[in-house]
Design a protein around this ligand. Structure first.
Ligand code: ZN
Ligand code: ZN
Ligand code: FE
Length: 762
């Protein structure tokens, strides 16, 4: 008899490989190929040793690489041969841990189809159980307190497993093998419904009471994965209006949740890629174009052409939205907060803060450890782009094209996210919010400490913006001082450019053309920048062109009142403040005089080159909006107005280093005076910005030979400008870099800050 030759392989896998069913998968794969050996979690991934015939080893490695478990993400897989050993079987062995190592933590994942099937099977022991989950789905990031990812380090530690759950948990062939949040009605969390001083305990009764309240048009606070939502019947006009009144959320759109994607088509247009995005396991809110015959109240998203829809992503949501005759099919699911505060995620805090907003609370006793907002995305062309990257994605790291030191970057003031880096990973935080109040600042500080602990990052460098008054800058300065760490300050638009480059795996320090257009960012000259054309890379930049400067009369007030900026631009270009013009009409005579004096004497009227404010001014002149209730509102509404078939444009001129818009404004005024329709004027203005981007890129190409254009900044959320600019630049042969992994708005600032600091300190 011929003896078969046995060889051994030691395999190391890095990436998201813990808490995602990786070891059972390896176990079964080894059995299938008749291999012996072991698999274990290590502090930085998974380690495997296999022993078998050479061919079987190769087959094992091949399948492991090509079709790993659905929730895993392999970043790196290495293997070396090892001495053949005589194991008699393949087994899953104890974890080995090293306090300095880290492994990525999985984001929260929507309920899988296996769990949904069990949940609707009356004989299953988890029939209609609102906390059903398995190795392929359920809460992760929001319940993890520390690593390694084991039950005692999650908020599930309060729920000892019953014998049945323990048995599944211990069985390598069970789909709940080592599923840390696993539970059942016997041993796991349960629901309560609280209203007007009454408490209803028990999953079934609490759920029934919450559904009854929603059916009757009440507002219910619902505890989700990363915080509380406020829910009501979206087709009930008075419920929606009441919610808006209580939330003090003037005109900001409400997100919607709907049972299944096919019903959305009654209200919105849904393309194939949008449907795919809606149904993806991350379950983001997806912005969809409203149908003309949409019966949903206009007040859900006033002035918008889009509605933000998401599908249920926890078993609780599925039960809450379950189909029944006469039961609402679409719900508002907006964040549980008043106005700009962070969403409530702790029960006691929610009871206090949301009591004036909600008629009842559908809550449960599984704690949320980290507050995480819903992610928001849209499809541009065929690609999915982020508007907010949070639940379902955070804390998935962004892979960098090179290794960097351990750095903490604190990001921007608005739409704050911080970033921690180590090795070739950037841990870009969940959405923190606008750092304008104590609650958000607290959540920012707690988030940083949590991330440092979770990913074992000890920052060696602290990075912040140039703006001395940002709360994030103060935090960074304080930490740098108290821990004696170097502080690096990075200009806002340089950070935008660097973020876009690194996201596109740009490795070198070679410069590109950066079209960084947004609302605000402090410049190196102390003025407010925002219409910046940079030529630069990671380490340096040259401000090659910028919009001509104009004044913001009243400073911050001009941000809230686009009419103020419009008046400043008219004055600057010698255009009379005609009383028929919307911004002039908007103010009382007295106010007009004050604004006039502010501009003339430059009192409290900082200079800016902001593209965002330029859009505000045009929107004001067109009568779109004289006052905004949230950032970017005027520009969004003007974009919605554009006639997509209009190809005309306004002129502008380029001087040595300036984009002059004087002529642009004079021509816009001529069109307004001759009663050209607003959709035409809006489209012509947008087309001129597109044309300007092309022309500028060509000028710089001629000067420098550069052929790559990077787009970053909130202005690129404007789909009209974004899609046309990208298309035209590509037609001209430019390589165009855009944000795909994180938003183009200020959410990307912290990532850019890290990379700039890493490269200049090399
Ligand atoms: Zn599942
Ligand atoms: Zn159990
Ligand atoms: Fe910005």
């Amino acid at each position: 008899m011929q003896t078969k030759e046995i060889s051994g392989l030691a395999i190391q896998v890095r990436g998201i490989v813990q808490g995602v069913g990786f070891r059972p998968f390896v176990y079964q794969l080894a059995k299938k190929n008749g291999l012996t050996g072991w698999v274990r979690n290590s502090s930085n991934g998974v380690e495997i040793e296999i022993h078998g015939e050479n061919q079987s080893n190769i087959a094992f490695l091949d399948e492991l690489t090509k079709s790993p478990p659905p929730l895993s993400r392999i970043d790196r897989i290495t293997h070396t041969t090892c001495q053949p050993d005589h194991y008699t079987q393949f087994s899953i062995i104890e974890s080995e841990s090293d306090p300095d190592q880290f492994i990525p933590v999985s984001p929260d994942i929507s309920t899988c189809s296996d769990c949904l099937a069990e949940m609707s099977e009356p004989t299953n022991r988890r029939y209609q159980y609102p906390f059903i989950n398995c190795t392929n789905c359920g809460p992760r990031f929001t319940i993890i307190k520390d690593i390694p990812y084991d039950r005692p380090f999650t908020t599930m530690t309060d729920f000892p497993m019953c014998p049945d759950c323990q048995h599944e948990y211990d069985d390598p062939l069970d789909r709940r093998f080592h599923a840390q949040p696993t539970a059942c009605p016997i041993c796991g969390p349960s629901l309560t419904y609280i209203f007007a001083g009454n408490i209803i305990h028990g999953d079934k009764d609490a759920m029934a009471a919450a559904r009854e309240a929603l059916r009757n048009g009440h507002i219910v606070a619902v505890k989700g994965l990363g915080g509380f939502h406020l829910a009501c019947d979206a087709l009930n006009h008075s419920a929606v209006d009441e919610l808006r009144r209580r939330k003090k959320r003037i005109e900001k759109p409400f997100a919607l949740m709907i049972r299944d994607s096919s019903i959305i088509e009654k209200y919105c247009l849904v393309s194939g890629s949008e449907k795919q995005l809606l149904e993806s396991r991350q379950r983001p809110i997806v912005l969809l174009t409203r149908r003309d015959d949409c019966t949903l109240p206009e007040s859900l998203a006033p002035g918008q052409k889009t509605l933000g829809f998401m599908l249920p992503y926890t078993p609780l949501h599925y039960l809450l939205l379950e189909n029944e005759p006469d039961f609402p099919e679409v719900f508002v699911m907006t964040s549980g907060n008043i106005s700009e505060e962070p969403i409530a995620y702790l029960d006691h805090d929610a009871q206090v803060r949301l009591s004036p907003l909600a008629d009842g609370f559908l809550t449960h006793n599984r704690d949320i450890h980290v507050r995480v907002d819903d992610s928001v995305m849209r499809v541009a062309g065929q690609t999915a782009v982020f508007i907010r990257r949070s639940r379902g994605f955070a804390p998935d790291p962004i892979l960098l094209p090179f290794d960097v030191p351990s750095i903490l970057s604190v990001g921007a003031e608005l739409k704050n996210h911080f970033t921690l880096t180590r090795d070739a990973y950037a841990f870009h935080s969940h959405y923190i919010g606008d750092l304008e109040n104590y609650e958000t600042l607290q959540s920012f500080e707690e988030g940083i400490i949590h991330f440092e602990n979770l990913f074992r990052v000890k920052p060696e460098i602290i990075v912040c913006d140039l703006h001395p008054d940002y709360l994030s800058t103060r935090y960074a300065m304080e930490r740098s001082r108290s821990e004696n760490l170097p502080l690096v300050q990075v200009q806002h638009h340089h950070a935008h450019l660097a973020a876009c480059l690194v996201e596109n795996s740009w490795e070198s320090d070679d410069p590109v053309i950066g079209l960084t257009f947004d609302g605000t960012g402090l410049g190196t000259d102390g003025t407010i920048w925002g219409g910046e054309v940079l030529v630069g890379g990671y380490t340096t930049f040259n401000r090659r062109f910028h919009l001509n400067e104009f004044l913001l009369p009243g400073g911050d007030r001009a941000v809230h009142y686009p009419a103020r900026t419009a008046l400043a631009l008219l004055a600057q270009y010698g255009i009379e403040w005609d009383h028929s013009l919307p911004p002039v009409k908007f103010f009382a005579e007295k106010e007009i005089e004050i604004i006039h004096a502010q501009i003339k004497k430059k009192i409290n009227s900082p200079a800016t080159t902001s593209m965002g404010r330029l859009f505000d001014a045009v929107a004001s002149l067109l009568g779109v909006r004289q006052q905004v209730n949230y950032e970017g509102q005027a520009a969004i509404e003007m974009e919605n107005l554009c006639d997509p078939n209009e190809n005309g444009m306004y002129p502008f001129s380029l001087s040595a280093d300036m984009i002059e818009t004087s002529e642009t404004f004079h021509k816009i005024m001529t069109d307004i005076k001759t009663n050209i329709s607003k959709p035409i004027i809006a489209a012509k203005f947008h087309n001129s910005i597109v044309q300007m981007c092309i022309q500028i890129s060509e000028v710089i190409q001629l000067e420098t030979g550069l052929n790559t254009v990077a787009l970053s900044g909130g202005v690129w959320q404007n789909m009209f400008i974004y899609s046309r600019t990208v298309e035209k630049l590509m037609k001209k042969g430019f390589q165009v870099l855009v944000h795909k992994k994180i938003p183009t708005n200020d959410a990307c600032i912290s990532l850019g800050q890290s990379i700039v600091a890493a490269r200049i300190r090399q």
